[in-house]
Every structure is written in structure tokens, then in C-alpha cells.
Design a protein around this ligand. Structure first.
Ligand code: BTN
Length: 227
């Protein structure tokens, strides 16, 4: 498994787009100057305090891709602690706080899967973020950077192979997502409503029921939270 280590970069996702295509290549940096999150947000990327990694993968056109990689990241973190869980579309949480996020992007020839995991940020450094956030250290979880990265690399490649052969099942996500079956608050651009989260469909959409009506939600346009 090939890894490119950088001291500093704008964003590992951008570097992964610039490099020549090589399936499975992982780009990691100690620090990002312009770490990016989903929906135009920035991602806290101080030197040595997080794992910032992007994987160059063969392009797959399945809409479920972005949701599916959450399962690979969760699997990696669960090797450290069993309390981690998923929040749709692909965030990893522990005790109500976000510890990891994924930014999946496509170019003409590739899929770039960018994973950020908060490692050793102190609680105070995570206080002013948009969502409640935490880090492995702040939760008292011990880790080894290289072991974590190796496991993530393996799990991301395995998941890609399963997506490609069609053996990924959205139930794998549902099982690890406690919001499924519960009432949630959906926030869309111009509206906000309560609904019951029923499940994840084969396109990775969150299926909710609202006043007896079924709606499919796509990750670009909504955010959800428990009630
Ligand atoms: C999110 O939860 O909004 C997604 C966060 C993704 C952050 C990672 S860090 C490595 C890679 N490079 C980036 O600029 N973003 C992703």
C-alpha cells in the first residue's frame, strides 16, 4: 500500500487530484493550510493534531459511494473503541460529538476519498466549531498514528473493491446509525421539519417519513439531527 507523506499541503484532496492517477495511493499531510469539509465548510487541520488523508481510487459512478466510505472509517475507529457510530451521510460520532468526516470528490478519471480524524485536539480547541466535536485524545482513546493509517488504508481499499463488485449493502450503514428508526429534525435550505428516519436506500439517500409521506433526502441539500 503506497503512501505519500507531506509535511504541509493546501488540502490532501486537492493534492490527490493533481497527482498522476494511481489506484490505492494515499496522500497524507501533517498539516493542511486549506482543509475542506462538505458543503463548502473548512476542516480544522493543525499540524499533527489530526489525521488528514486522501485516497486516489478508480472512479465509480454509484451515488452510494459517499455514504459507503463512512462504514470503512467506522470500522477503523471501532478497532480502537466500540462506542463509535455513524451519522448520515458519513460522519463518525462518539457520545454525541463528531470525531471524523469524509469528503468524497470525483474528477474525470478518479474518485478522491478524503478522511479527516480528530486525533489530539484539546476540548477547548474544538469548542467554536459548527457542530459539537471531539478528538480521540479528548475521549481518552489511545492510538498509534501509523497503525490507524494502515488500517484505514486497508478498509478503504476493501470497501472500494466491494462497491465495485456490488457487494456493499446499505444495511451495513443502517446497523451502525442510531438515528435510523428514530425521529429526526431535517434542515433544508428553506425549511425545517420533523420526520422519522426509515433507512438508507441503494442510492445512499436517507429515506424519511413525514405525515405518512415518504421522502428521499440527498446529502448535498440537508442536515439532520436527533430530537
Ligand atoms: C466533513 O465532515 O465535512 C468532511 C471533512 C473531510 C476532511 C478531510 S481531511 C483530509 C481531506 N482533505 C480535505 O481538505 N478534506 C478531507
Amino acid at each position: 500500500m503506497e503512501i505519500v507523506f507531506l509535511e504541509e499541503v493546501d488540502s490532501t484532496n486537492d493534492e490527490a487530484k493533481r497527482l498522476p492517477f494511481k489506484h490505492g495511493l494515499c496522500v497524507v499531510a501533517r498539516k493542511q493550510r486549506a482543509g475542506r469539509g462538505r458543503r463548502g465548510r473548512s476542516w480544522l487541520s493543525e499540524a499533527g493534531k489530526g489525521l488528514y488523508a486522501s485516497f486516489i481510487l478508480e472512479r465509480l459512478n454509484l451515488p452510494i459511494v459517499s455514504v459507503a466510505f463512512g462504514v470503512a472509517v467506522l470500522k477503523t475507529l471501532k478497532e480502537l473503541d466500540n462506542r463509535f457510530y455513524l451519522k448520515w451521510p458519513n460522519d463518525v460520532y462518539i457520545e454525541g460529538k463528531k470525531v471524523s468526516g469524509i469528503l468524497v470528490e470525483r474528477t474525470k478519471d478518479r474518485l478522491v476519498v478524503g478522511v479527516g480524524i480528530n486525533l489530539s485536539y484539546g476540548k477547548e480547541e474544538l469548542q467554536n466549531l459548527e457542530k459539537p466535536a471531539t478528538s480521540l485524545s479528548a475521549e481518552g482513546i489511545e492510538f498509534n498514528y501509523n497503525t490507524l493509517l494502515k488500517s484505514l488504508h486497508k478498509n478503504v481499499l476493501e470497501l472500494h473493491a466491494r462497491l465495485k463488485e456490488g457487494s456493499f449493502n446499505p444495511r451495513e450503514f443502517e446497523r451502525e446509525c442510531p438515528l435510523i428508526g428514530r425521529e429526526v429534525v431535517v434542515v433544508r435550505e428553506n425549511e425545517r421539519f420533523r420526520a422519522r428516519a426509515l433507512g438508507i436506500d441503494t442510492d445512499g439517500a436517507l429515506v424519511v417519513e413525514r405525515d405518512g409521506q415518504i421522502t428521499r433526502l440527498f446529502s448535498g441539500e440537508v442536515s439532520i439531527r436527533g430530537v
